[in-house]
Design a protein around this ligand. Structure first.
Ligand code: HEC
Ligand code: HEC
Length: 387
């Protein structure tokens, strides 16, 4: 009897272990999204932001973005039903991954750190090297990517989605008929991505006063950090991280001297003479999106600040604003008319900010004040699937 009990428990354990092992490799296809009776409001916040938020060919509607939300969280968009967009862009992490590089559908890893997604409607160049110009163009690239989601045939994908009962009404509401096409998938995903707007951090609430509306206090450290960040020379961060999203004017690219020679040259992989240049990322929700940089090399904001303080390397393309002295040569997008042809860009040393410990802590305190709690808990951006 005792023997039987032992045998039985061993067997149960084996089954349990097997079940957990295989769970991720063979996800069943029976998850169904739970959606509100009335669609969440995705379009109005964008309208309020006025100018050029949605292209005429693909205006953001509540039904379109609702479909986009389901697609964003649906693992059926990957070849073996194990990976969705949200696997690498998680809401709790400001729609980034908490990993240096991310794992795709077969466990293979991406070559770059998954960027956090925020205020994408402002940008006109996506990915770390800016290789894609619109969200519509971008949306199907991860799906087809052989590391990320591995769908080789769009026809197979549209057939697979058509077979899911829940898609037919969603496509119909968004586009008039229930037909599933790659173009509609990309349009709906783009609408959802475009609706991910975040402007509700502590920093957004200061209005010349240190006591905020909800009784929170804007601390002296946060204020000191803000002042350093926005000084053109002391912190100099605003030279690149500017505008409301602290993401650059429009879209900008810069070399920040992470290395003297880059293993991944970013824009330089696509265009000569632009080695080591990467898209200036938005700093909104940055406290949630570690690790940092295109290769995820820094684990903390303290490490990032230390890089700008003492770690900037003398790369030939190092941005002018991270060099000592007045250098009027702009290796970046902006070229002043008075640049002398052939002017050498490597004459100036990399900047050494010599921040005090208090200044470093203040910068981090300011960066932490850029978190928008509403954005990372808002149900309209959350996972609709019930597991
Ligand atoms: C396996 C991980 C993974 C999956 C799955 C994934 N992504 Fe990404 N995503 C990345 C990585 C890595 C990058 C950066 C790639 C680069 O810059 O070369 C990226 C970049 C992006 C960007 C560019 C952001 C910017 O600011 O330029 C967007 C938008 C995006 N992904 C949306 C999506 C969507 C939509 C899906 C689902 C259809 C998706 N991703 C699926 C890892 C992933
Ligand atoms: C010359 C332009 C420039 C300046 C000046 C600059 N940055 Fe950056 N910043 C960038 C670029 C470009 C990246 C991405 C670089 C990469 O991944 O190779 C970046 C990345 C970051 C990141 C990581 C973002 C992420 O998503 O991984 C943080 C945090 C940051 N910068 C904060 C600051 C602070 C704080 C300052 C001022 C002390 C500053 N930056 C000054 C251009 C700049």
């Amino acid at each position: 009897m005792k023997k039987q009990v032992i045998l039985c428990s061993v067997l149960c354990m084996v089954i349990l272990v097997l079940a957990t092992c295989t769970k991720d490799n063979f996800k069943p296809l029976n998850q169904v999204p739970e959606l509100p009776d009335t669609n969440y409001n995705y379009s109005e916040p964008l309208v309020a932001l006025s100018s050029g938020f949605s292209p005429d060919e693909n205006p953001t509607t509540d039904a379109g973005a609702t479909l986009g939300r389901v697609l964003f969280y649906d693992k059926k968009l990957s070849l073996n039903n194990t990976v969705s967009c949200a696997t690498c862009h998680k809401q709790v992490h400001g729609f980034s991954d908490a990993k240096v590089v991310s794992e795709g559908f077969e466990g293979r890893i991406t070559t770059r750190n998954a960027p956090h997604l925020v205020n994408l409607y402002e940008s006109d160049a996506y990915f770390w090297d800016g290789r894609t110009g619109t969200l519509e163009e971008l949306a199907l690239q991860p799906v087809e990517n052989h590391i990320e989601m591995g769908i080789e045939s769009m026809e197979n994908l549209t057939t697979k989605l058509t077979e899911q009962d829940y898609y037919s009404p969603l496509f119909e509401e968004a586009f008039g008929t229930s037909e599933v096409t790659p173009e509609r998938i990309s349009k709906a995903l783009a609408q959802f991505l475009r609706s991910m707007v975040s402007y509700d951090s502590k920093w957004d609430k200061i209005d010349g006063t240190s006591i905020l509306a909800d009784g929170e206090e804007w601390t002296d450290m946060e204020e000191l950090g803000r002042a350093i960040f926005f000084s053109w020379d002391r912190g100099g961060c605003v030279n690149c991280h500017s505008g409301r999203s602290l993401a650059g004017w429009g879209t900008t690219f810069a070399n920040i001297g992470l290395d003297e020679e880059y293993a991944d040259n970013g824009v330089g992989e696509l265009e000569r003479d632009r080695n080591g240049m990467f898209k200036v990322p938005s700093l909104r929700n940055i406290a949630l999106t570690a690790p940092y940089m295109h290769d995820g090399r820094f684990a903390t904001l303290e490490e990032v600040v230390e890089h700008y303080n003492s770690g900037v390397q003398a790369h030939p393309n190092l941005d002018w604003s991270l060099r000592n002295g007045n250098n009027f040569f702009f290796p970046g997008d902006i070229v002043f008319p008075f640049v002398e042809p052939g002017a050498s860009s490597d004459i100036d040393e990399p900047v050494r900010r010599n921040f005090t410990e208090v200044e470093k802590r203040a910068l981090v305190a300011f960066l932490r004040a850029l978190t928008d709690e509403e954005f990372i808990t808002d149900p309209k951006f959350s996972d609709p699937f019930v597991y």
